[in-house]
Write a protein of this length. Structure first.
Lengths: 342, 349
């Protein structure tokens, strides 16, 4: 593995919305050219096991010292305040690389991670839809807490290839050579799959202790990343709309810059066992109150704000804490851009 | 919630490969008309929390006492050992969600897979209703969470421009939701066709992007970690019910691209440890020609799986465990996939 490391402070990066058809949504559990992990945590007492695997097993030579399955991975770690640290890894055909976030990005941060496929010869972004990955949230190294799989973005999902050239292995570059467009990752349905429009949490347990199960106390954490760094009056505004298990609706708006994590109860008290109990169906699930919700950035579809996220449940029983987590579900599409670093 | 209940035992299921256009793969983390959960476990000392949510909030009347967002959800639990099926229905109103414990929802103390299908509440027939999402939390008894995953999602009429399969006339229920089948054809109604027309296809290959080799590792600081992995798989080909049939091929690599492979038996559904599949999936097996400089000397790898029968396909989930100082830790997730295969599964009423 070859590796280079640089750190950048990018407090005011140019992020915007592209005009054009945004059709292709991100995909999930399938290979792509860009993986977005909405959470890594390498703060004190936390760590994250991050894996990226190259499904391309092709060892045919490209004539320039590389093989069809060789690829450079560009890791960009974004902190909660959009501070960025990046590094590269070279993967050979059928290679897999698992790292501990704390060692890979030794800045003891939490935030989101973008991994992009690049041509190992030129260092430029390419169409290489062979990457899959996963993240395991741990306490220190291998004491697993919960796991999720990243959001996946295919390159050239609409196959708009006019004007694009390819590398020595015949993989198309995502941008015309020397074009200023190289400086942005365009999640617009042309260069890369678009971001989603709406996120869903299909299920959560109401926070607190249910009347029917006094020995259990439920908690949770929601992690959201925005495609915009925010700040300077440009915060990401979010509408949360939820329902209890008897379709009693509630809603709440909130805002954040770049990255957000909190319990659902810090967003709205409607998610507590007590408040979900109002007009609920107590005959379900042993009287434990639960619901579901959706989240949408309300800045507008052309504002450059879109969301991705993961969620974890926690149950405390007799002093022991049990956790499980998963990615949020989604629908719709939004065109956004994120700066590309070199 | 309304609910009816039935149990059907099927030692051999009628499955087959369909002819026609197969394009759309399954989806993940999105909405669909059919959700496939590769694992529920309601055996002794285990349970599974299953959630299904109806994201259709439309309360407009359909004129027959139902609303646009009303849907019947048909649960078919398949026992992994025998492929015996138990089913039940739940009626969801607009924006409704239902969470059940598998042991009480299917009180047969089984481990296997679950298929959830959207149906018209009036006629009980399958409809194009791409509003369902869901999740599963594997627990020890009730709420002591172990790990979670989201199901594989299949849209109704996923083809280009959402065209219907040849022969369908666009018959719809009172709410205007199209029926998935020719309701006058009992054979068509008796199966879910994952053919890219009626529903998305199944995948061709599935992948585990990372596993820790089974066995014990001494870390640099002297601490000991013992890793194990549990893979839950189901196949769609009934021929694989032969216990001597090697029906799945695993091809894997260690972290230095050293290749290994193994065929093994799954049949209807099977939960198995990695070392039950191959000794190559252990810390010792992976260490041959590995890159010891990665990840504190812990051996890792990845593999792909495919059914050896061209008529079958496979889906699965994986849980990774570690034991450190007598404490057990677990994290799990769904498997990733590529390609598509046309398969059908039996539909029960």
């Amino acid at each position: 593995m070859f590796r280079s490391m640089m750190g950048l402070l990018a407090g005011a990066l140019v992020v915007g919305t592209l005009v054009g058809p945004a059709s292709a949504q991100p995909i999930h559990a399938q290979p792509g050219s860009v993986l977005i992990f909405p959470l890594y945590n390498s703060t004190q007492g936390n760590n994250t096991v991050l894996t990226v695997t190259n499904l391309n097993e092709d060892e045919n030579s490209c004539g320039n010292g590389f093989r069809q399955g060789d690829v450079e991975l560009h890791y960009v770690y974004y902190s909660e305040t959009w501070q960025e640290s990046d590094t590269d890894e070279q993967l050979t055909p059928a290679d897999t690389l698992t790292v501990l976030a704390r060692g890979h990005n030794p800045n003891f941060e939490m935030g989101f991670l973008v991994v992009e496929a690049r041509d190992p010869e030129t260092g430029l972004a390419i169409d290489f839809d062979f990457l899959i990955g996963s993240a395991i949230i741990v306490n220190s190294e291998f004491d697993f807490e919960w796991a999720y799989t990243p959001y996946v973005f295919e390159a050239l999902p609409g196959r708009f290839e006019r004007g694009l050239t390819d590398d020595a292995c015949g993989r198309l570059f995502l941008d015309p050579a020397g074009d200023p467009d190289e400086l942005t990752m365009d999640f617009d349905g042309r260069e890369l799959s678009a971001f989603p429009d709406t996120l869903y949490l299909d299920h959560f347990f109401g926070e607190g202790t249910p009347a029917g199960r006094p020995a259990v106390s439920f908690g949770n954490t929601l992690y959201l990343m925005s495609s915009s760094p925010g700040g300077l009056g440009n915060s990401t505004n979010v509408a949360l709309v939820g329902w209890n298990n008897n379709e009693k609706r509630f809603s709440r708006s909130f805002s954040f810059d770049c990255y957000y994590f909190s319990s659902l109860g810090e967003i709205t008290n409607a998610v507590s066992q007590t408040n979900l109990d109002v007009d609920s169906d107590d005959s379900e699930l042993l009287g434990v109150e639960y619901g579901w919700l959706r989240l949408t950035a309300t800045n507008g579809p052309e504002s450059g704000h879109a969301l991705l996220g993961v969620y974890t449940d926690a149950a405390t029983i007799g002093g022991d804490v049990f956790t499980s987590g998963r990615e949020l579900q989604y629908s719709g599409s939004r065109s956004v851009t994120i700066p590309r670093t070199f | 919630m309304g609910r009816r209940y039935g149990v059907i035992t099927t030692a051999f299921l009628s499955l087959g490969l369909l002819a026609g256009a197969a394009s759309a793969q399954p989806l993940h983390a999105r909405q669909g008309s059919v959700l496939v959960f590769p694992l529920f476990d309601s055996t002794q000392m285990a349970n599974t929390i299953i959630s299904v949510t109806n994201t259709n909030e439309d309360e407009r009347s359909c004129g027959n006492g139902l609303r646009q967002g009303d849907v019947q959800v048909h649960y078919a639990y398949f026992d992994g050992a025998t492929c015996a099926e138990s089913n039940t229905d739940e009626d969801l109103t607009p924006a409704d969600t239902i969470t059940v414990l598998a042991r009480s929802h299917n009180p047969n103390f089984e481990v296997g897979y679950l298929i959830v299908e959207a149906r018209d509440p009036e006629t009980n027939l399958p409809i194009d209703y791409d509003f369902l999402i869901g999740s599963a939390i594997v627990v020890n008894s009730e709420f002591d969470f172990e790990w979670a995953y989201t199901p594989y999602v299949f849209e109704g009429f996923p083809g280009t421009d959402r065209k219907m399969p040849p022969g369908l006339t666009g018959a719809a229920d009172a709410c205007g939701r199209y029926f998935l089948d020719d309701n006058s054809d009992p054979a068509d109604l008796a199966r879910l066709d994952f053919d890219g027309w009626e529903l998305n296809t199944f995948p061709d290959r599935i992948y585990l992007d990372n596993f820790f080799g089974e066995g014990t590792v001494t870390l640099g600081g002297g601490g000991m970690v013992s890793f194990s992995g549990s893979l839950a798989l189901f196949t769609t080909d009934p021929n694989n019910l032969d216990p001597n049939n090697l029906d799945v091929l695993m091809v894997g690599y260690n972290n230095n691209e050293r290749l290994f492979s193994r065929s093994f038996h799954v049949g209807c559904h099977r939960v198995l440890g990695l070392s039950e599949i191959s000794g190559a999936l252990t810390q010792t097996g992976l260490s041959a020609s590995s890159d010891n400089g990665e990840l504190a000397g812990v051996e890792t790898g990845w593999f792909r799986l495919e059914t050896l029968s061209p008529r079958g396909s496979i889906l699965g989930v994986y849980a990774q465990s570690s034991v450190i100082g007598g404490n057990s830790f677990v994290g799990g997730r769904e498997l990733q996939y590529t390609g598509s295969r046309q398969v059908s599964l039996p539909r029960f009423f």
